[in-house]
Ligand binder design. Structure first.
Ligand code: PLP
Length: 379
């Protein structure tokens, strides 16, 4: 039943398919109850080994670049949506081959590329405009698409109703790790500002940042919010969470390499905050470790540091019931999303292996990295 973390090479990310299925079932129930379509935002989780599983539940993917769009097209093969702050002229023709929906960040971008969309005969591509409702409850500016002078989305004062011909939908993305009470307050603003335009649309995309699979998430308010727009305007509703798909489904298993002392005990691990869990430094946040507590909670407190030369490559301070020693394994929780998609080989540190667990097959190591992966990105 339980994964034998001791059987893994370290460092290693491992995703538990049982936990992923639990999330996908919750998301699917929202689709069933509301008729909405839920897409996986590849920015948060691009582990294509599980795309066959994800595709049984969700309607497709959303992407923010040519490579993500291609990955979704080739490895999932369902709906492919894209939104990017701007499209590169030389890449746009290739996008057309992969995408079903293209969302533009400005009317100038729409006007620049609409001819190419219209003349693309292989299939009909739906086009949308991202709006900025100038309402968000995110307090960290780096994650707030509505902060002052944000480049993401068209504000009401810049909206050009006369240039909507050919536009089927509107898109907004203003949330991050939030519950549905935030969504309910947000849609009120969106409706007040953009309702007259939504009326003319076929679909509305509510973006990502919906923490739908978190234990305390209020599904009823989400369902009510989706039905509000669907019933008021007769539009199809899309949600495109990333994090909610992979939330609490994966682990990062690492090993203690050495213990040093400098006014406190410091454990150096074979992983790195900077390379393997960059959001620990960027968000910042403190990952949970199985059987470890806050500093001082258990008898033995350590600072956990990575194996790069960056002084700030620190994961945090944790306490344990037994002293740590080289060879001990630590299991970091909730390491499936915004890790594999963001990690890097700074300082020549190798990437963690990637493994998958399911009941029928047990542990499968699906990817290990080598010097070739490192050198192939340099010249
Ligand atoms: C990041 C992003 C998402 C996914 O956000 P999560 O917080 O992972 O749910 C969806 N849509 C857009 C436009 C994004 O930028």
């Amino acid at each position: 039943m339980n994964i034998d973390f001791g059987a893994l090479p370290t460092p290693c990310y491992i995703v538990d398919e049982r936990l992923l299925i639990k999330n996908l079932e919750i998301l699917h129930s929202v689709q069933e109850r509301t008729g909405c379509s839920i897409l996986l935002a590849l920015k948060g989780f691009s582990m294509y080994a599980v795309f066959p599983l994800v595709s049984k539940y969700l309607k497709g993917i959303t992407s923010s670049s040519l490579f993500e769009a291609r990955l979704g097209f080739e490895k999932m093969g369902k709906e492919v949506h894209v939104y990017a702050p701007a499209y590169v002229e030389q890449e746009f023709d290739e996008f057309l081959n992969y995408c079903d929906h293209i969302v533009f960040n400005s009317f100038d971008q729409w006007n620049r590329f609409k001819g190419k969309v219209k003349n693309f005969n292989a299939k009909k591509i739906a086009c949308g405009i991202r709006v900025n409702p100038e309402y968000s409850e995110i307090e960290t500016p780096i994650y707030n698409p509505c902060y002052k002078h944000s480049r993401l989305g068209v504000t009401l004062s810049n909206f050009r109703p006369k240039e909507l011909e050919g536009i089927d939908g509107l898109h907004f993305h203003t949330m991050c790790e939030q519950n549905s009470d935030t969504l309910e307050r947000t849609i009120k603003v969106v409706d007040e500002k953009f309702g007259a335009y939504i009326q003319k649309m076929k679909w509305l995309n509510l973006g990502g940042g919906h923490h739908i699979t978190r234990p305390d998430y209020d599904l009823e308010t989400l369902v009510r919010s989706i039905l509000f727009f669907r019933d008021k305007y007769g539009v199809d509703i899309y949600l495109e969470p990333g994090e909610a798909i992979a939330l609490n489904t994966g682990f990062l298993v690492a090993q203690v390499l050495d213990i040093v002392d400098n006014d406190m005990r410091i454990a150096i691990l074979d992983t790195s905050a900077a390379c393997h869990m960059p959001d620990v430094l960027e968000m910042p946040y403190r990952p949970h470790i199985i059987d470890a507590g806050k500093p001082g909670e258990y008898s033995y407190t350590y600072r956990l540091g990575g194996l790069t030369c960056l002084a700030g490559d620190i994961i945090g301070d944790y306490s344990f019931t037994q002293p740590l020693k080289p060879g001990d394994r630590l299991v970091f929780c909730d390491m499936a999303h915004y890790t594999m998609v963001k990690n890097n080989m700074f300082n020549g540190v190798n990437l963690p292996s990637i493994a998958l667990y399911n009941e029928a097959e047990g542990i499968k190591i699906i990817r290990q990295f080598t010097y070739e992966d490192y050198i192939s990105r340099l010249s």
